[in-house]
Design a protein around this ligand. Structure first.
Ligand SMILES: [Zn+2]
Length: 572
């Protein structure tokens, strides 16, 4: 027997009751609010009510009455633009943190410049046993020779310093580092390596290629404390830019334990949807399947990340036809379709969500065919993810559409890659394969969920630069003027959803965060620019004024030294 529907009048009374504030509630008012609504379109609001657990109770729209009484706290939005927290659907959390932790010399213009920066870094990090970093280039310093250990000793003599050259093929050591590796005048360089010597035969301080292993093997692996410090830096980078959640692509057990320590210490601010690096890490972390949501929806192991091919830049991406600029290669796959299918099957059986890095058109074809096959066995709402999905050949779109329809397909793409890669991609692919490159609009048209991200630390985790690229197909200098393959632009609404609701959906989190709606976590930001109307240049320059996660403020640009805190109590 069908249940009788509730009378309209009763429903209205119920809604009014829910919107009636309880004393522990917080009112956020005087805002220009925008979120993706339940129907997938932009919804505007002027105020929001949240409870003391940091969950949204109600949005108040134009024309509706804002309840004025009964709140414990009030946040005056001061007429500012309020959005849900942004979500980055593809990051490397610890890679971002460690990149922020080590010394970056890529902007130094002279040896003196670099030495001053190294000295400052040493002073700022008195308890780091080794000083690590990179980015130096003696050509840019106009030095005419390699730098020496003695020059480094003059600024840091008390502990090893070990700095990678910008090209990743040589390292610069001080005497303490040479000593740690027992590198002396008598040391023979291993095959494929070279030790640069001074005129007297002693090691000068630079080791090339394989010779670096003499010292590299003595660098202490990062401690748990190093992980904690790096993680704190990564979180800061995220919430300063308005990101309140990220999907971490390829976590190790050490990464996971770092997130858990932060959760236990109540210093986990940014929500993390975790994908384990390969099958071993995933099973070590999750055991028989995905973990529950932990720490009030701040952490969950969702699934597994697999790496099918490499990148276009280094010609590791797996292509159907040879590289346009190197006809003897089609790239380097890590697995055959059978091997890939076996790994995916193993993960799907345990209900792990699958996320596979696929860049080249052959990699994407192989992956889509593996997904298509497996969807016969593993049914239901799987949301299998392609990470990057950078080049897709026209005949493979129908397969994508079929997978999207049967088990759900996520195209996890990084708009800023299109602008950074444009000239390189043209060189690698030639003119005939560009139509399926970075094809955001086509992916969406074929039923894929479009989730946007940055791939930090490869690119900065800047959702505003990505937003601007997504709607223009132009770089920060407005190039090319008409947009590159402009048919693949997306609407502002699609870009907004790609960085909020769809990025949450891509991680099975849409009932928890990603929009501002009753029952969802109150993750929101105040910004100085309205991305729905501003020019792309203005969107790129968006200033995040405040970031709130679960109803608590984690960042305030007006109080950068101590932004964390809460709302103002209502004055009686
Ligand atoms: Zn990545």
């Amino acid at each position: 027997m069908p249940r009788p529907a509730l009378p309209e009048v009763l429903l209205a009374a119920l809604a009014a009751l829910l919107a009636t504030p309880a004393y522990a509630d917080t009112l956020v008012d005087n805002v220009q609010g925008q979120t993706i609504g339940a129907d997938g379109h932009v919804e505007r609001f002027k105020a929001m009510v949240m409870d003391d657990a940091g969950v949204v109770k109600a949005l108040i729209h134009e024309g509706e009455k804002t309840p004025k009484k009964g709140f414990q706290y009030r946040i005056d939005g001061k007429g500012r633009i309020m959005l849900p927290g942004m979500i980055d659907a593809h990051v490397h959390v610890m890679g971002t943190g460690f990149a922020a932790l080590t010394l970056d010399l890529s902007d130094t213009k002279s040896l003196g410049d670099a030495l001053a920066k190294i000295a400052d870094y040493a002073k700022a990090h008195p308890d780091r046993p080794w000083l690590l970093g990179g980015g130096w280039n003696q050509e840019r310093w106009n030095l005419g020779r390699f730098p020496t250990a003695a020059e480094l000793d003059a600024v840091v003599a008390d502990r090893p310093v070990w700095l990678e050259r910008a090209d990743g093929h040589a390292n610069w050591a001080n005497s303490a580092a040479l000593k740690a590796g027992a590198v002396t005048a008598a040391t023979q360089a291993p095959a494929g390596g070279e030790i640069i010597h001074l005129a007297d035969g002693s090691p000068a301080g630079v080791l090339v290629d394989n010779a670096r292993s003499l010292i590299e093997t003595h660098v202490p692996p990062p401690t748990a404390r190093d992980y904690d410090i790096a993680f704190a830096l990564a979180q800061q980078d995220f919430y300063h830019r308005g990101l309140t959640a990220v999907a971490d692509m390829g976590a190790t057990m050490e990464d996971w334990q770092t997130f858990r320590r932060a959760g236990d210490a109540n210093t986990l601010y940014v929500r993390i949807m975790v994908y384990g690096a390969g099958i071993e890490n995933t099973i070590r972390i999750g055991g028989p399947g995905p973990t529950p949501w932990l720490y009030a929806d701040r952490l969950r192991l969702n699934g597994i990340k697999l790496l099918l091919d490499g990148a276009l830049g280094s010609r590791g991406a797996w292509l159907k036809a040879p590289y346009h600029d190197r006809p003897d290669t089609r790239g380097l796959p890590n697995f055959t379709q059978t091997q890939l299918g076996n790994l995916m099957s193993r993960a799907a059986m345990d209900n792990y969500q699958i996320a596979v890095h696929a860049i080249g058109d052959e990699a994407n074809a192989v992956l889509l065919n593996a997904m298509d096959d497996l969807s016969q066995t593993y049914k239901g709402d799987r949301r299998w993810r392609i990470e990057h999905a950078q080049v897709i050949d026209a005949p493979d779109w129908p397969v994508a559409a079929r997978v999207a329809k049967s088990v759900g397909l996520v195209a996890s793409m990084q708009p800023i890659h299109q602008t950074s890669d444009r000239l390189m991609a043209e060189a690698r692919l030639g003119p005939d394969r560009l139509a399926g490159a970075y094809a955001w609009a086509t992916a969406k048209a074929n039923g894929a969920t479009l989730a946007f991200g940055s791939d930090t630390p490869v690119e900065r985790p800047d959702p505003w630069a990505g937003f601007a690229a997504a709607i223009t197909r132009q770089d920060e200098n407005g190039q090319p003027p008409q947009g590159w393959q402009p048919q693949e632009r997306v609407s502002r609404e699609t870009a907004f959803a790609g960085y909020t609701s769809q990025a949450a959906y891509a991680g099975f989190a849409e009932k928890r965060f990603g929009r501002l709606a009753p029952g969802l976590r109150a993750d929101f930001i105040f910004v100085d620019t309205d991305p729905m109307v501003a020019t792309p240049e203005a969107i790129r320059k968006t200033k995040v004024l405040e970031t709130w996660v679960g109803g608590g403020k984690v960042w305030d640009a007006a109080k950068p030294e101590g932004g964390a805190g809460g709302a103002e109590p209502v004055k009686k």
